[in-house]
Design a protein around this ligand. Structure first.
Ligand SMILES: [Cu+2]
Length: 216
């Protein structure tokens, strides 16, 4: 056996030694946390800068979603979801380059190219996947709210796989959106929305990419 063969064998042995570590890593995913720092979008039309933080904590078969939002348009309900691609592509938050029609507003449809589609609603029962009729949080008079729900992770995973066949939650490939400006907000006709839902309801006002912050 020559030196090259010996070194190849050493590499192979090293890879085998790593395999059990991989298994341990998969097991620790039962305890993981993720965070998305939300930054403002469409501040001109929202007339306020919406910021906040979304945290996702997996503890065994429980998932806790905690979202704190500040400075949103006050005294109104805000739709909120994670968006992503059903083909496993990485979603990112939109920048002004996403304003394809040049009306100065990044509408929901324009976010699709970089952020994908609406996936899981942050409502009282996310596993219902009821984007249009779920119960979303309401901002107080100062534009603040705190959403906090703990749910069954397997139930959400099952509902997600039903809605997006072959896909997993893959939180680190998703982005969080906060939506909504007051119903009376004047918007140009170029601002698109989802089906019959008013553009004021779906207009993105904050976005943040979800990132893993490590096992606990
Ligand atoms: Cu959304």
């Amino acid at each position: 056996m020559n030196a090259l063969h010996k070194s190849l064998l050493a590499v192979a042995a090293g890879l085998l030694a790593l395999a059990p570590l991989g298994a341990v890593q998969a097991a620790t995913l039962a305890h993981a946390s993720y965070v998305a720092h939300l930054y403002p979008l469409n501040t001109k039309v929202a007339k306020t800068a919406t910021r906040g933080e979304a945290r996702f904590t997996i503890n065994g078969d429980r998932l806790t979603i905690d979202i704190r939002v500040h400075g949103a348009p006050p005294d109104m309900v805000h739709w909120q979801h994670f968006h992503g691609f059903a083909d496993g592509q990485q979603a990112v938050c939109p920048a002004m380059g996403s304003d394809k029609n040049g009306d100065g507003i990044i509408d929901l449809i324009e976010t699709g190219q970089v952020a994908g589609t609406t996936m899981v609603p942050f409502i009282t029962q996310p596993a219902s996947m009821d984007v249009a009729h779920g119960s979303y949080p309401k901002a107080d008079a100062r534009g603040n709210y705190h959403y906090h729900e703990t749910m069954s992770l397997p139930a959400l995973e099952q509902a997600f796989a039903k809605a997006f066949p072959g896909q997993q939650l893959d939180l680190n490939k998703r982005v969080v959106f906060i939506h909504g400006v007051p119903a009376g907000t004047a918007l140009p006709a170029s601002v698109q929305s989802l089906g019959p839902i008013p553009a004021q309801v779906t207009l993105p006002i904050a976005c943040g990419q979800i990132e893993r912050v490590g096992a606990r």
